[in-house]
Design a protein around this ligand. Structure first.
Ligand code: F6P
Length: 600
């Protein structure tokens, strides 16, 4: 019987072996065929799109290899794990749980070279007009440059200007905090309301939330109040100022253009609120309202009644709204609340990443690696969404900031050549702090659709707690999840592993995790102002890298214009309807007419 069994076993083995060989052969043939086809397509297309380059095509082919590999196996490769991390100034990036091999990284770097990534980064930081649809430079990095650096735009050294404004902000905010600068009735200004929306709001709010619980932040904020008024919903006004004393309140109107409808209405509402309490005197505005706006909006700032000599903190056309937190947009509210020194530390953190971004080789460059993997995940592996998961409650507004930063920047389809892309561009970003997210949308991340995850954690907490009878601190508890989730996503759980736990057979499929879900982990020492600057710059540069590879303009936002225009049309209809009860609105289509008439 043994001989018979052995014969049977050999026959089976060779049968399996043959089948495997045949299958491999077929797969190789398919890849060869696809390679030919792709090469043919490339020649035929002669397209200026990046997707027609051999580097892109090689990645398309390489995808077929990756599709056959599971992260569970990739993670066993020690050499790969050793190589797939990068470190700079305390920031540790582990990207070994990406569906990528060292070859993928090499091919992505080849693509970056083809797209002249390093040259384009250089163009950006040196002030070239890379925002070509608005004919502007893109120089948020100049906002955190040292005073002795020189960056020229139209023959002017912008760094000099940046530091002039920073000094002006330092003097003003210290004046308010010391009580030298007071309100109209002589009271100390202790409440700060920052009125702005989009990029004029999300970055400063995210920084504020970090500093709120940061020990130095707590100390310096004692006795002050900072609130943000963004939404034109009147309820936001109520929530912002109902319990505040106007005589102790300073309003900051933050708007690059000084024309954004929501911000300007809220600014007028706040001005009226001040007048209602202190009388309709123009001195009230001069003593209680300051502006952060672009130089080109100076006349509008003046018209509003603001003292443009002392209470106007300017920034420049080359600072995009969503890239503006390092300008007066963030500097004024944050320095009023927490003191100028903490804001400076934030700038220093961002500067550290800027230098790393400009000089580190691609394979060690954190924002470049993250950007290239973003392109890989979205354009090649086809993942449409991406999540930001800070395991730090104080970063609760980071996902929203990244959402605007990334989706307003890379939500485009036109390349520099005015040709529409034929590859996926621009992820949908969302996120929540961990572990809260685990009890909300993580079910989908583990078993439903795949969304590459960015886990962000810290070695030390801003405030750790440890109960006497607990062997681990609360921060360890939090971080245990930070370390466990990426493995759960990557490895999953096989049916056999589920069975081995004694689970009933009919439940096995429901409790099996396919795994193979990519993530990366950013680990930093502690959530300080400095670390927040580092995180900010990492994500700003990741967005730019992806835009450069995709060959789009990440620095304009024409997509928001149409909605604004149509809102104006609706407002005109509403004005007519409010004048007379019998007025019937006739909008541009029957559905709009019907719903508008229902509203009025
Ligand atoms: O939503 C469009 C947008 O222009 C954003 O890019 C910008 O951050 C926001 O509106 C606010 O603009 P502003 O600072 O000019 O008021």
């Amino acid at each position: 019987p043994n001989v018979a069994w052995e014969h049977h076993h050999r026959a089976t083995t060779s049968f399996v072996h043959e089948r495997l060989q045949r299958r491999r052969g077929q797969r190789d043939q398919t890849i060869d065929k696809q390679q030919h086809q792709l090469e043919g397509d490339t020649k035929r297309k002669r397209s200026p799109l990046v997707s027609a380059t051999p580097e892109w095509q090689r990645l398309e082919l390489h995808k077929l290899e990756i599709e056959n590999q599971h992260l569970r196996d990739l993670l066993k490769d020690e050499e790969r794990s050793q190589a797939m991390f990068a470190e700079h100034d305390g920031v540790y990036l582990d990207y070994s749980r990406q569906r990528a091999t060292l070859k993928t990284l090499q091919l992505l770097q080849d693509l970056a070279k083809r797209q002249r990534l390093e040259e384009r980064i250089q163009d950006m930081v040196s002030g070239k007009t890379i925002n070509f649809t608005e004919k502007r430079a893109v120089l948020h990095t100049a906002l955190r440059a040292d005073p002795d650096e020189q960056i020229f735009v139209d023959g002017e050294n912008v760094v000099e200007d940046v530091h002039q404004v920073l000094n002006q902000i330092k003097t003003f905010t210290e004046g308010v905090r010391s009580g030298n600068i007071r309100g109209y009735t002589g009271k100390r200004l202790r409440n700060i309301i920052s009125v702005g929306i989009g990029g004029s709001y999300l970055g400063p709010e995210f920084l504020h939330e970090v500093l709120k619980t940061e020990p130095d932040g707590i100390n310096s904020a004692l006795g002050y109040n900072l609130r943000f008024l963004a939404n034109v919903d009147p309820v936001d006004v109520e929530r912002t100022c109902a319990d505040l004393d106007p005589e102790e309140t300073l309003i900051i109107v933050v708007s690059k253009t000084f024309t954004t409808a929501e911000t300007m209405l809220n600014a007028r509402t706040m001005r009226q609120w001040l007048w209602d309490f202190m009388g309709n005197d123009k001195e009230v505005v001069r003593k209680h309202v300051v502006a952060c706006a672009s130089v080109s909006a100076t006349d509008k700032v003046k018209e509003f009644g603001i003292d443009t000599n002392n209470y106007f903190f300017r920034f420049w056309d080359w600072v995009g709204g969503r890239y503006s937190v390092c300008s007066a947009v963030g500097a004024v509210p944050i320095s009023l609340m927490y003191g100028f020194d903490l804001f400076e530390q934030f700038l220093k953190g961002a500067q550290s990443i800027d230098r790393h971004f400009m000089t580190a080789p691609m394979d060690k460059n954190i924002p470049i690696i993250m950007g290239l993997l973003g392109v890989w995940n979205h354009s090649f592996l086809g993942y449409k969404t991406r999540t930001t998961l800070p395991y730090a409650e104080a970063l609760l507004r980071l996902p929203s900031h990244i959402q605007q930063l990334d989706m307003e920047s890379n939500g485009k389809v036109m390349t520099r050549h005015g040709i529409e892309v034929d590859y996926p561009v621009g992820e949908i970003d969302f996120g929540e702090p961990g572990t809260n997210g685990q009890h909300s949308f993580f079910q989908l991340l583990h078993m439903g659709q795949t969304a590459p995850c960015d886990f962000i954690g810290f070695c030390q907490s801003q405030h750790d707690l440890c109960l006497d009878d607990e062997s681990l601190s609360s921060h360890d508890e939090l971080m245990a999840n930070f370390f466990a989730q990426p493995d759960a996503l990557a490895n999953g759980k096989t049916a056999d592993e589920v069975r081995a736990e004694g689970i009933e057979e009919d439940l096995v499929p429901h409790r099996t995790f396919k795994g193979n879900r990519p993530s990366m982990s950013l680990l930093l020492p502690k959530l300080t102002a400095y670390a927040t600057g580092q995180l900010l710059a990492i994500y700003e540069h990741r967005t730019a890298v992806q835009g450069f590879i995709w060959d789009i303009n990440s620095f304009d936002q024409w997509g928001v214009e149409l909605g604004k225009k149509l809102a104006n049309d609706v407002k005109a209809h509403l004005v007519d309807a409010r004048k007379s009860e019998d007025h019937v609105i006739e909008a541009s289509n029957p559905a709009s007419s019907r719903i508008l008439n229902y509203y009025v």
